[in-house]
Design a protein around this ligand. Sequence first.
Ligand SMILES: [Zn+2]
Ligand SMILES: [Zn+2]
Length: 302
Amino acid sequence: MFELTILGSSSATPAYNRNPSSQVLNFNEHYYLIDCGEATQNQLNRYKIKTVRIDYIFISHLHGDHYLGLVGLLSSMHLKGRIEPITIFGPPPLLEIIEIQLKYSETQLRYPFIFIPINAEKEEIILVNDDVSVQTIIMNHRIACTGFLFTEIKKKRKLRPEKILEYNIPVVEMNGIKGGKDFTMENGTIILNEEITIDSPVPRSYAYFSDTIFTPENAIKIKGVDILYHEATFMHDLLDRAKETFHTTALQAGQFAELAGVKMLLVGHFSARYKELEPLLQECRSAFENSFLASEGTKFSV
Ligand SMILES: [Zn+2]
Ligand SMILES: [Zn+2]
């Protein structure tokens, strides 16, 4: 299971039933919440996503449309009796913002709450577990902002049962062979790993590009990812406005996806000035065919 659900696709303010940024990535029934704009918990309810399954929350930056739903969500988790720990990754001042709200409502969360500050000056791996690794990518926005690259952990190679019998491979050797080692027989003959194992599937990947001005230099960092989400706040006729506000146009988002050679592009973070989104999609597709709108409730899987 590697499935992304879009919870919010609006930029600064909610508009036309579109909510501010939020998405949830379901990876083997562990949920990774990415940004948490206002109304995120309503959206989680609406799409029947169990908040108890959310283990990790990632906040890209401190513009309100990316985190103003966070304390509400944390409070509801507390009220519903959550005991499972939660880990939040975000800009360092986010901790103070959360703590001050909990302090004045005299709330003591029932569950362990772990905060990991993100360094927006240095790209690094911030999480590795059995399923995925998560790396930050520095966005180019008005305030410190990071995107996230989720990459599935590559599974070990699989043994070919018929080869195990043929070469009489002892159990003690098997783990090493799954890890890529060759096998040496008693007579000294070396059996190459490729002959006795099958490679595991190519790891799946998802890149989340939060608010950013068009930054082609970042394309190399996500070469060939399965799905890229990139903001596309404006149509290209508002390029000047996009530059002023450190945002990207739909055309540029398509160009970026083309440069990065991704398999699929999702665009979102639409300005409240657009009632119809189809023109943004068409503009995006003029540069990158396999593009889709990251609209509320849509799911994408790899
Ligand atoms: Zn935003
Ligand atoms: Zn922003």
